[in-house]
Design a protein. Structure first.
Length: 318
């Protein structure tokens, strides 16, 4: 009997570990952060946040709509509130009419246009690489920064994917560079997939050559590929944060004389997808590189790329 009880306890502990691991740590942190904002709203207005009820959640969504909050953020907050309720063993009907109808009304009144960050296209990419090469700073710093930007663009990487890369993920082959992406936003179970970056005709903008030079000069033989500097140009063991990628992009855009306000780390990824679409790459080829599971976002990039290419006004003679 005791052995059965022990087995059940072990199974319960293992089940708890599975539940805790069902979502990526970053995802869970995002849910908690969103829920904390809901909790503050409830505390200020004398409501109970856990468990809550649809009419309170609906009021919170209305509260968000009165601020400069995107529809995508509003929907994400709703998902987070629902997930936290589930994790804590409470039921919340997030499909309740008071919530669904309210969201539809907010959409009609505010609109749901997604204003994403601008893509970093080829011309501006070249400008910032040229600016990096012209900087009067240590070669090792220039090689790290240019490699981050070139690999981020050429591989259509998310910024957290760039900083998660390890030396062991790289495989230099005759055709170029194979990069093993062990985990990504759309690959929560860590199945991984390989991206292939070919050599470019112009070596100045070739990510493969840049990465090769970075590894040579940094003498990195294992662990994090992109690291922080300490005491000038000395490389530490500390991996860069994804926020650093955005800061690097913005820094060199400024130096190139380009307004960086509407650019971010994501501009590298969207820049690749838009530029590939402009060059006539097929939807599936773009998705094979970016790792998108849905065609919705990729088609948005293609639509942006074709805005002037297939413009009906071209057929009108003035």
């Amino acid at each position: 009997m005791n052995s059965i009880i022990t087995d059940i306890k072990a199974l319960q502990e293992e089940t708890l570990l599975n539940l805790q691991s069902s979502k990526a740590n970053n995802t869970v942190r995002a849910y908690k952060s969103d829920f904390n904002d809901f909790g503050l709203f409830c505390a200020k207005n004398g409501f109970k946040s856990l468990p809550s009820e649809p009419k309170i959640v609906s009021l919170y969504l209305t509260h968000l709509s009165t601020k400069d909050v995107r529809m995508s953020t509003l929907k994400r907050r709703l998902v987070s509130i629902g997930v936290i309720h589930k994790l804590k063993g409470h039921y919340l009907d997030t499909k309740h009419p008071s919530i669904v109808e309210n969201i539809m009304g907010i959409k009609r009144r505010k609109g749901s246009i997604q204003r994403g960050k601008k893509p970093l296209l080829i011309n501006n990419l070249k400008k910032i690489i040229n600016v990096i090469d012209q900087q009067k700073k240590e070669e090792i710093k220039k090689l790290r920064d240019r490699s981050i930007i070139l690999i981020g663009f050429s591989g259509g990487f998310r910024r957290n994917e760039i900083v998660s890369l390890d030396y062991e993920d790289l495989d230099f082959v005759q055709e170029g560079l194979k990069i093993n992406l062990r985990r990504s936003k759309t690959d929560q179970f860590g199945e991984g997939f390989v991206k292939g970056l070919p050599y470019f005709q112009n070596p100045q903008y070739c990510p493969v050559i840049s990465i090769h030079k970075w590894i040579e000069i940094s003498k990195i033989k294992s662990g994090a590929l992109f690291r922080r500097f300490i005491k000038g140009s000395k490389i530490s063991d500390n991996r860069l944060t994804d926020q650093t990628v955005a800061l690097i992009v913005k820094e060199y855009l400024k130096l190139a004389g380009i307004d960086c306000k509407n650019y971010s780390g994501h501009s590298l990824r969207s820049g690749f997808a838009t530029s590939a679409a402009e060059s006539g790459a097929e939807e599936r080829s773009i998705m094979a590189m970016t790792g998108h599971k849905s065609t919705e976002m990729v088609r948005r990039y293609i639509k942006e790329a074709n805005l002037f290419k297939n413009n009906a006004l071209k057929n009108i003679k003035f």
